[in-house]
Design a protein around this ligand. Structure first.
Ligand SMILES: Nc1ncnc2c1ncn2[C@@H]1O[C@H](COP(=O)(O)OP(=O)(O)OP(=O)(O)O)[C@@H](O)[C@H]1O
Ligand SMILES: [Mg+2]
Length: 225
């Protein structure tokens, strides 16, 4: 809890009231990492575009895993039926997603915004998820796997984010421990590792709450370089 309040103070001080959580892929653990961040920050959560409404939505999952009350969860801007890329799910529902449809909500504590899929996922015929990050002007947290292949996916994603002038706050690794991959991402990506979330069994609120931040300078993690 202490870490969380320090983070909130830093965010308030630096006037950065949000984070955009993206990933190297779909299903990489963005909602799990968002739940962890939310718990640390006592923050608010927003999934601007949810595609796929079968079963638990991301908002419902993060509500369950973070343990925060319902008023910490904002309504999606788009809730699309099909579990497909947003541009395609929207097109099939006769909807066109526009960047101007999204405005940064004002919240009393940091807002954790979860993207759909990865960095270069299309929202419409012209715009990608990275354009939404630029539009919302948020610093970014990248969630990546620990398994073989992650170095390539993570470095490519970092390059795409930085190319657009986005600030990468750090990376959250999700999956079984792999110290070599962690070190490689840190060194070649020149990026902070904010946390490593191992495979949790069960995946629940109390196990997730036990995962410590990995930054020694955790309160400074959100400062722009
Ligand atoms: N650390 C973990 N321990 C146990 N299970 C996990 C862990 N991380 C992810 N999972 C499992 O993998 C699934 C995918 O994770 P998650 O929903 O967080 O991915 P995502 O990147 O948010 O996916 P999407 O692209 O659909 O938003 C979860 O439903 C969960 O069951
Ligand atoms: Mg998710």
């Amino acid at each position: 809890m202490q870490h969380g309040s320090e983070w909130i103070n830093v965010m308030n001080r630096t006037n950065k009231m949000g984070l955009f959580v993206t990933g190297t892929d779909t299903d990489v653990g963005k909602s799990v990492a968002s739940s962890w961040l939310l718990h640390q920050l006592r923050g608010y959560y927003w999934k601007p575009v949810q595609s796929g409404l079968q079963g638990e939505t991301d908002r419902q999952m993060v509500m369950r895993l973070s343990g925060l009350p319902g008023d910490h969860f904002l309504q999606e801007r788009y809730s699309l039926q099909l579990p497909r890329s947003p541009h395609e799910a929207a097109r099939k529902e006769g909807v066109t997603i526009q960047l101007t449809d999204f405005c940064m909500p004002s919240t009393p504590a940091p807002l954790v915004v979860e993207g759909a899929g990865g960095v270069m996922v299309p929202l419409n015929e012209h715009h990608l998820m990275v354009d939404l990050m630029v539009h919302l002007q948020l610093p970014v947290v990248l969630v990546c796997r620990t398994a073989l292949g992650t170095i390539n996916h993570t470095l490519l994603s970092l390059q795409a984010l930085r190319h657009r002038g986005l600030t990468v706050v750090g990376v959250i690794l999700n999956g079984e421990g792999d110290e070599e991959n962690l070190q490689a991402i840190k060194n070649y990506g020149n990026v902070k590792i904010l946390a490593h979330i191992p495979k949790l069994s069960p995946l629940d609120q109390s196990n997730l709450a036990r995962i410590p931040p990995l930054c020694n300078d955790w309160p400074q993690c959100l400062s722009l370089t």
